[in-house]
Write a protein that binds this ligand. Sequence first.
Ligand code: ATP
Length: 231
Amino acid sequence: MTLLKITDLSAGYGPLRVLHEINLTVERGERLAIVGLNGHGKTTLFRAITHLVGWQRGSILFDGVEIGGQRSLGEGRKTPGIVRLGVAMTPQGDAIFPGLTVRQHLDCGAWSKQAWRERARRREAIFDLFPPLRKLENTTVGTLSGGERRMVSVGRALMTEARLYLIDEPSLGLAPVISQRVIAALREIDVKDGAIIIAEQNVTLLDGQVDRMIGMHAGRLRGDVGHVELG
Ligand SMILES: Nc1ncnc2c1ncn2[C@@H]1O[C@H](COP(=O)(O)OP(=O)(O)OP(=O)(O)O)[C@@H](O)[C@H]1O
């Protein structure tokens, strides 16, 4: 039932070591949150899974396939292959193309042949998940509010056929009520035999919205945190 098994993962940038021997197992169907303050390595963990860090070592088994291993060069070289295996990431902040419409933007996510064929149905599913986007379908993304842009950004990742969704700080810069709406929508996603990992600082926001929360501090995972605030 295991989808992702990370063993002794260390990673960093140049001389800087950010992750220290991380061990993490994610089961199919699981919604997991990695919680921790800024700069403690949540983004770097996502970037190591997708091979976007400067260097890394340790094992990352995704659905039984080794996507980790020792690397000191070639950042991003393996990323297309990892994405093709079914890993989708929504990066932190507003990673959008401001000149595209909502519809064009979502369609960018339907990059595989099958997803492209099914893009209309997939778009409908995104509009069901984020109703405010439906009436904005032909609006240029650059003119949207922060919350709407975040919905587009998350929606684009969901247009693929991924089995592992990595959502980095969905609440960043959003008003609390909008953050709650985005997190609640993530709860509605049918992960099927996949899984979703959300990196967040705001523990309260995740209450009741994920199956498990793990703390991250100074590049190390600190076990299940439940409702405990991180120091
Ligand atoms: N490209 C990079 N080059 C050098 N150092 C980096 C780079 N990206 C991140 N770092 C450093 O790695 C450490 C961990 O950053 P990371 O972004 O993984 O943390 P985070 O927990 O996701 O926090 P944030 O919410 O700010 O992204 C920080 O000290 C940061 O300065």
